[in-house]
Structure formats: structure tokens, C-alpha cells
Design a binder for this molecule. Structure first.
Ligand SMILES: *Cc1c(COP(=O)(O)O)cnc(C)c1O
Length: 423
């Protein structure tokens, strides 16, 4: 027997507007009353194994005591004061730690509240970098098909126009050069040709290193990433890596770019930055980028400042999350998960509805030819005690790094059997 939904859900459903959802006739969302480790506890007491990690933010398990304690301690003294004219410890410590972890002269962190804004800030930084150096004709960006960089207007302009649900707005967005990833000889030549012909207009090249996440869990190799960076540098453009999805261990190294031996001029961080507790994002610039702003001329300052930037609770959560990366074997856990996902998802290859199976780090997907109805999938996953949320033609899991082997096996089994649904 189904327990009735809680009253707040019934009342609020008529008032709330949900993300990426046709509200008419939509499946009712699952009411969660508690989350602990890798499990969601629903209002009716059902416990589900979470294979998504709340849009890829939850890497240490829900409600991790170390992060909870850090936020609690911060809450006692200083939940928030503004970053203009006032300094407080957590964002300053976090900026210093991020620069030590990133290396490569990525020494200036600008905080914001969401990944999309971190991308906007990166784009604005790149544009003003050239303005400040008297090269204001560099106003455009190169980005890649399959890419996703956020939902605000500037970020939308560098997303894949078809995949990113943004095709609708095409005429209203800035025009950029959105190219096929230079993953083979032909696409590499195309990339270099655009840079050759248009190079003087290009302020930056932006890419999600190694995994294009929300655009379809598409994966590329280190060589492709190196090609992108080298081409951009040869054309005098800045290299912007959007590590909002890939950062903090998802691909098996703390940052994906480490695997390619190339570093960006600007990197965007978000999602798992706080271990999934609070919204926080960062745009980190190299010394070279910062130098173009560091000047006697006040006009050359970066004119940007989100109201809640550097929020003390969010930065305390991020510092505590970085502690966990130091104290616990997170990257080794990701490598174990990678192996388990490879074995577990491989069974889907060859099924009639399966187009591809891809795994990198703690991210695995099965690309289908045809996606079953959402209701069918929801029922399928619920019956197996898991929470998974496919998109487009992609069945995927991005589990927390603390997920145990038998739980990874359960996620794989749920995905492989979903890939076998004939409809
Ligand atoms: C999620 C995501 C963003 C946008 O972040 P929000 O916090 O949702 O604004 C940007 N880039 C990438 C690669 C992402 O995965």
C-alpha cells in the first residue's frame, strides 16, 4: 500500500516551479526526509541507493559528520558577512588551498554561488584580460559540440546548441564558434583552421576536460585536450577549463587536466566543491591573467561581485571537503569504482537498444538508441531500490566515491537491465 504524499508536497506542488520539467502531467518527485551516506530515505520510510549524487555534488556521502561539524562551528560565530571591505577566514583559507592544489600558477580565486556564474566570470575575465591589454577585438569564444557550461545567457552561448536545451534561444544568444571536439585528424584540422582564420577575434577556448557531462557524458582523451590547449595558445587565446563536473576527483585525479599534462589559464570549479552541502563556485585565474588586471588604473579592475560570494558556511564546507580528500583515500576509491563500473556496465554492450557504454573515473553511462518512457524507468529503478535519473539517451551513474562494491554492482545491474527494456 502506498503511503499518501506529505501535505507540504501536495500544497507546494501547485506553487513551485521545478528545473528542466514540463510541469503539466509530470511524474511526482520523490519526497526525501533524510539522506545519509549513499542512501536517501523517503517520506514513507523507503530507502533508496543514490546513483546520481545530487547532480554530482555528493562525493563523500550525504550528511558527512566532518563537513556537518565544520558548518556547525562556523554557524556559531559567523554565517556570513560580505566580502567587500570585510575579510573572514574561510574564503581566504580556501583560496590559498585551491591554489596549492591546482598548481601551475593558478593563484587567484574569485568566488561565486553557482557554476553558471563561475563560467560567466571566466568569460568576462577573458574578455577584459584582452581589453586591459589593448586587444579588445578579441570578443568571441570557441567551445565544443556536446559541451555544457550552464544555464545563464553567456554560459548558454558556449553550450552545444542542440544538446543543451538552448536551441530555442539561438537568436537571442551571443554568437560563438561551437565546433566538433578535435578528437580525430579531420576535426583537429577543422579546429585549427577556425583558429587560423578567426584567431584574432578569439578571447578564449572553453572545454570540459575529459568528460562532457550534462551534454551527454561524452568522453575524450588527454591527446584531444592537449590539442585544444596548444591550438588555443598558438592563436593567442586563453585556455578555460570548465571542471565544474570533472573537478574534485570525478575522473580519477583531483582535477581532470592533470591527466593531460596541460594547465588552463582559467579554471571553473563548482558542484562537488562543498562536498554537496551548499552552493559555491570558483573561477581561478593564473598569475598571467591576473597581471592584466593588477594596475594603477582603477578601470582595469574586475567589476564583478555576487552578493553572497565567499559565504562563510559554504567555504567552511569546502575546506572540510578538502580535509576529507587529504585524510581519506578518495582517489583510490574512484579508481576502484572505475574498475567496477567498467566490468558492470560492459554487460550492456551488444544489447539491441545500446549504442555505447562509456566509463571514466566515477562516471559511467550507457547510451541508448531509444530512451524508454520516464515513468517506465522510474518504476524500474524504484523496484530495484535505486535512484537514478537518466537524461536524453543517457542512462548514467555518478556515485559518491564512498559507495561500496556491492552498491556499485546494484547500480550497474539496474542500469544494464534498464538498457534491456524493450518498448
Ligand atoms: C553543472 C555545470 C555547470 C553549471 O553549474 P550550476 O551550478 O548548475 O550553475 C557548468 N558547467 C558544467 C561542466 C557543469 O557540469
Amino acid at each position: 500500500m502506498k503511503t499518501p504524499a506529505p501535505q507540504w508536497l501536495a500544497d507546494g506542488l501547485a506553487k513551485i516551479w521545478l528545473p528542466y520539467t514540463q510541469m503539466k502531467g509530470m511524474a511526482e518527485p520523490l519526497a526525501v526526509r533524510r539522506a545519509e551516506g549513499v542512501r536517501l530515505e523517503l517520506a514513507d520510510g523507503t530507502r533508496l541507493l543514490d546513483g546520481v549524487g545530487s547532480w554530482w555534488t555528493n562525493v563523500h556521502g550525504y550528511n558527512h559528520p566532518h563537513i556537518r561539524a565544520a558548518i556547525g562551528a562556523q554557524l556559531e560565530t559567523l554565517p556570513h558577512v560580505m566580502l567587500g571591505g570585510l575579510a573572514h577566514e574561510q574564503p581566504y583559507r580556501l583560496a590559498a588551498r585551491l591554489s596549492a592544489l591546482l598548481g601551475h600558477g593558478l593563484n587567484r580565486t574569485f568566488f561565486s554561488d553557482s557554476g553558471s556564474v563561475a563560467v560567466e566570470v571566466a568569460m568576462k575575465m577573458a574578455l577584459q584580460y584582452f581589453l586591459n591589454r589593448g586587444a579588445g577585438e578579441r570578443k568571441k569564444f570557441v567551445s565544443f559540440l556536446g559541451g555544457y557550461h550552464g544555464d545563464t545567457l553567456g554560459a548558454m552561448s558556449v553550450c552545444d546548441p542542440e544538446e543543451g536545451m538552448h536551441a530555442l534561444f539561438r537568436g537571442a544568444l551571443l554568437h560563438q564558434y561551437v565546433l566538433p571536439l578535435p578528437a580525430n585528424e579531420e576535426t583537429a584540422q577543422n579546429y585549427l583552421r577556425v583558429l587560423d582564420e578567426r584567431g584574432e577575434e578569439i578571447a578564449g577556448v572553453i572545454v570540459e576536460p575529459l568528460i562532457q557531462g550534462a551534454g551527454g557524458m561524452r568522453m575524450h582523451g588527454a591527446k584531444t585536450l592537449r590539442r585544444i590547449a596548444e591550438g588555443a595558445r598558438a592563436a593567442g587565446a586563453l585556455v578555460v577549463f570548465d571542471e565544474i563536473f570533472t573537478g574534485f576527483g570525478r575522473t580519477g585525479t583531483l582535477f581532470a587536466f592533470e591527466q593531460a599534462g596541460v594547465a588552463p589559464d582559467i579554471v571553473c570549479l563548482g558542484k562537488a566543491l562543498t562536498g554537496g552541502f551548499l552552493g559555491l563556485a570558483a573561477t581561478v585565474a593564473s598569475d598571467g591573467v591576473f597581471a592584466a588586471f593588477h594596475d594603477d588604473d582603477a578601470q582595469k579592475a574586475l567589476m564583478h561581485g555576487p552578493t553572497y560570494m565567499g559565504n562563510a558556511l559554504a567555504c567552511a564546507a569546502a575546506n572540510a571537503s578538502l580535509d576529507l580528500f587529504e585524510q581519506e583515500p578518495r582517489l583510490a576509491q574512484v579508481r576502484t569504482i572505475e574498475k567496477l563500473l567498467r566490468e558492470g556496465l560492459e554487460e550492456a554492450r551488444g544489447l539491441p537498444n545500446v549504442a555505447d557504454v562509456r566509463v571514466k573515473g566515477a562516471a559511467g553511462c550507457i547510451e541508448l538508441k531509444r530512451m524508454p518512457e520516464r515513468e517506465t524507468l522510474n518504476a524500474h529503478f524504484a523496484a530495484r531500490g535505486v535512484f537514478l535519473r537518466p537524461f536524453g539517451k543517457i542512462l548514467y551513474t555518478t556515485p559518491a566515491y564512498v559507495t561500496e562494491a556491492d552498491d556499485i554492482a546494484a547500480l550497474c545491474a539496474a542500469l544494464v537491465s534498464a538498457a534491456g527494456i524493450i518498448n
